[in-house]
Design a protein around this ligand. Sequence first.
Ligand SMILES: [Zn+2]
Length: 211
Amino acid sequence: MLCQKCKKARAEIKLPYLGLRLCRGCFCKLIEKRVKKEIRSKKLINEKEKILLLDNNSKEAKISEHIIRAAYNNRVDLLKVKVNALKIGHLSEKTKEIIKKNKIKQVIIPWNLDDEIIYFTENLFNKGDFKFLSHFTQDKIFYIKLLRNVLESECLLFANCRKFKFKDKPEKDRQKKVIKNMLDKIDKKHSETKFSLLKSIDSLNNTIKIN
Ligand SMILES: [Zn+2]
């Protein structure tokens, strides 16, 4: 079967929620477009200022770097700092130093749509604290979840299509694992589940902010 977009290359990728079969090239373009739209519509990046990427060697870190460079034709000042364990809202001393030294005001977190839903669900039942939902500001620094509207499965496809080298750490947190499995199960039956959940989270987040 041929790609439903370009109608030239072989359709190797199936996107159930869009009912589309695409070739690798068109799939990557679709993801890049979606992320660029998020950057534009939410004014996420100030390209005149330095950007720091938290590089935990994951596919999300590699893809974030790739898309930022592509979106700005390499004209942005992108710094990277290696992080071992990514814990949202917490930075290592080394990272804090780099931020201070370079007067960083915007930081990209390697974070996908599944991460966002898991974060939300966990907080809904546990802490009830949504401080780090969506893109957020902490200590005058803007934290950007560049791949917030890209599924984990899409990130994996993208990284493989682009032949990125990465190493994802297996999830050790039991609760996160349980939530993730449940989500994947529902999403398998209803392929739009994760996207609808993100939409609900966004409208809830707006309500929380207003109050
Ligand atoms: Zn195509």
